[in-house]
Design a protein around this ligand. Structure first.
Ligand code: ADP
Ligand code: MG
Length: 247
């Protein structure tokens, strides 16, 4: 198992209710996983825990059998080899596209940096835009820069928080396809969170539905779409849940 989260529990300071309760999941290498849930369900909290921005109450998180946290261990965020794409992209406004992407590549020498920069620019199809500043790009292009910046240091896991929330509906459709292609071509294991079922269906290999900090269902998009529903009783609102494995 490439990534494993076992019985992870977390509460924000001075809040009685747990933001995440007994959260367990596993991810294979190269898989694109969607965490799907309504606003306030704990999606960003999962990512913050994985990135090391929060400390769990208990539980274990491993990447390739290397413990990131458990009762005895807490690996600092910068040592985890995890890339993060924030909801607002968080690009450095005073840096060009190239400078933004090069930011995380401090371990490489000059020629290695140039090579990696060109590789990721090609991957996100922004080769001609490397000298532009973020304000000279569309929302979709800014998002691709943020993805390129996260991918450039070759992280073992990339986390994306609501990657489509700042895009208009038309762009959203195109970017959905692009994002899956980019992540798959880069062969990077990724977790993206969304409140939009269509995002999850279009992009993910595996969908984890959460609500109120608990996992409700785990399944593949085809399970969710399941063309062969069991005897249908007309309960529309339950339709999407029936093809999932209860956990
Ligand atoms: P989502 O990303 O699914 O919208 P979050 O993970 O941001 O949800 O939040 C999960 C729950 O934790 C919500 O009830 C939210 O109000 C609460 N929460 C988030 N951040 C904090 C914080 N810093 N302090 C206290 N409670 C928080
Ligand atoms: Mg959120």
């Amino acid at each position: 198992m490439f990534i494993s989260l076992d019985n992870v529990c977390f509460a924000y300071p001075h809040v009685k209710e747990k933001a995440l309760d007994c959260f367990s999941m596993t991810i294979e290498k190269g898989e694109v996983v969607s965490i799907l849930g309504p606003s306030g369900s704990g999606k960003s909290t999962v990512l913050r825990l994985l990135a090391g921005l929060e400390v769990p109450i208990h539980g274990t998180f491993t990447i390739q059998d290397k413990v990131m946290f458990d009762d005895k261990t807490f690996i600092q965020p910068e040592k985890r080899g995890i890339g993060m794409v924030f909801q607002d992209y968080a690009l450095f406004p005073h840096m060009t596209v190239a400078e933004n992407i090069l930011f995380g590549l401090f371990n490489l020498n000059r020629s290695e940096k140039k090579k990696r920069l060109n590789e990721v620019l090609e991957l996100v199809e922004l080769t001609e835009f490397e000298k532009r500043y973020p304000h000279q790009l569309s929302g979709g292009q800014q998002q691709r820069v943020a993805i390129a910046r996260a991918i450039a240091p070759n992280p073992s896991l990339i986390l994306l928080d609501e990657p489509f929330s700042n895009l208009d509906a038309e762009l959203q459709l195109k970017i959905r396809k692009d994002l899956r292609a980019i992540l798959k071509n880069a062969e990077i294991t990724s977790i993206f969170v969304t409140h939009d079922e269509n995002d999850a269906l279009a992009i993910a290999d595996q969908i984890i539905k959460i609500d109120k900090g608990k996992i409700k269902h785990i399944g593949r998009p085809c399970d969710l779409l399941g063309a062969q529903p069991y005897p249908y009783d007309g309960m529309e609102d339950q339709q999407d849940q029936r093809f999932f494995v209860e956990v």
